[in-house]
Design a protein around this ligand. Sequence first.
Ligand SMILES: [Zn+2]
Ligand SMILES: [Zn+2]
Length: 147
Amino acid sequence: MQISCIKMEGMSSDQSKEVAHTYRATQARTSIIAVLTEGNAPLSVGEILDVLKKRKSCPNKTTVYRQLATLIRRDMVKEVQFTEGAKRYEMADTGHHHHVVCTQCKRVEDVTVEGDLAAEEKMIAKTKKFKALRHSLEFYGLCPKCA
Ligand SMILES: [Zn+2]
Ligand SMILES: [Zn+2]
């Protein structure tokens, strides 16, 4: 049983549950956005939960998954899947960038590379006759903690 963050006065327990539920959902969504914005890196659900717990916010795993699904539907958050490790989530409006992944602890950080790959993309589009090209690029290695 999870401890509720808020208590409603003067309401039936059903009404109170309903309000508490909506309130918790909104609160969870807001704090997930804050965590992802500050994170500057794609985070797994486990990592999101860790940060929320430290902030004394109390959503459970199901709530986090549900809110992430809503945010993805609204194009506010995007899911990133790497060759290794769990699915991760980041804000959709971070602009084009790439990722560096630690093969040991699976930690992921955002990176921007010097001179983006626009020229290569154009070249591929031309030689392969592909339209609407985009790319994703991951670098793999060991982070300072694991090296
Ligand atoms: Zn590492
Ligand atoms: Zn990223």
